[in-house]
Ligand binder design. Structure first.
Ligand code: MN
Length: 257
């Protein structure tokens, strides 16, 4: 009997946060919600949590070996990286930053574009890709983009709390089969000016851009791309359309193999 061919799971590099004191001798440690790994396993991928480094050769090698990249959520991007003139009042409203993670993820992005891989950017990742491509952020939505949409609903992190309207021509609409979605929302920052290579594909009732894809002109830069302000990995257990989104990403990674 011929050996049964096993389906090889695409290898998906995930960028984690860090925490000051982890489980092992309270060393500075990686930190990543288990939800990301669970969502990638469930969608058919093999997660690879990659520790931050500024070694460009290591990052180039890692991107070369993986089949796709997922930027996870986390702390606010260091404001000085994209808003040098930030006022002390606004700075105070930003959470603690993890500047070495910013540097690592910018390096990851640089290499994702030189060795093109499918890219899913979640929450902080949605903001980071926008900044990396020349867009800007609201540093604190309550101050700079006040509205009654509950964007900072951290007490309901696994629940859909506000709607977003989808661009019917978007990949996101096609993949989810929906004209709108209800999403979770645990962010106090958001996109102000969208980077020129990105186009908005999901918009909240207050106009905030909650998902982006590459423009027609930029589409060829990556085999697959989506950035989302919400957290599909938290919605996936209860929301089939979020599972379809994650499955589409993993399928694109599998195709690249
Ligand atoms: Mn939101």
């Amino acid at each position: 009997m011929p050996p049964q061919r096993q389906k090889v799971r695409p290898l998906i590099l995930i960028t984690p946060s860090s925490q000051a004191a982890g489980a092992e001798f309270e060393d500075p440690s990686l930190s990543l919600s288990l939800r990301y790994g669970e969502a990638i396993f469930q969608a058919g991928g093999l997660p690879w949590v990659f520790p931050r480094t500024t070694d460009a050769d290591a990052v180039r090698g890692a991107i070369g070996r993986c089949d796709g990249v997922l930027l996870s959520g986390g702390d606010d991007i260091t404001p000085q990286l994209h808003r040098p003139e930030v006022s002390p009042e606004l700075q105070k409203l930003c959470g603690a930053s993890e500047t070495p993670r910013d540097a690592f993820e910018l390096l990851v992005l640089q290499h994702v574009f030189t060795q093109p891989r499918p890219l899913l950017a979640i929450c902080r990742g949605h903001q980071l890709i926008n900044v990396a491509l020349g867009g800007t952020l609201h540093l604190d939505l309550a101050t700079e983009h006040p509205s009654d949409v509950p964007h900072n609903a951290c007490d309901r992190k696994d629940s859909a709390v506000h709607p977003v309207v989808l661009d019917p021509k978007s990949m996101l609409a096609k993949v989810t089969g929906r004209k709108s979605l209800r999403v979770n929302s645990t962010h106090h920052q958001g996109i102000d000016q969208l980077a020129p290579e990105l186009r908005p594909v999901a918009v909240a009732p207050d106009g905030l851009i909650e998902a982006a894809e590459l423009t027609d002109d930029a589409r060829g830069f990556l085999p697959w791309f989506l950035s989302v302000q919400f957290h599909p990995e938290r919605l996936a257990p209860k929301h089939a359309e979020q599972r379809r989104l994650l499955a589409a990403f993993v399928e694109a990674c599998a195709k690249r193999r």
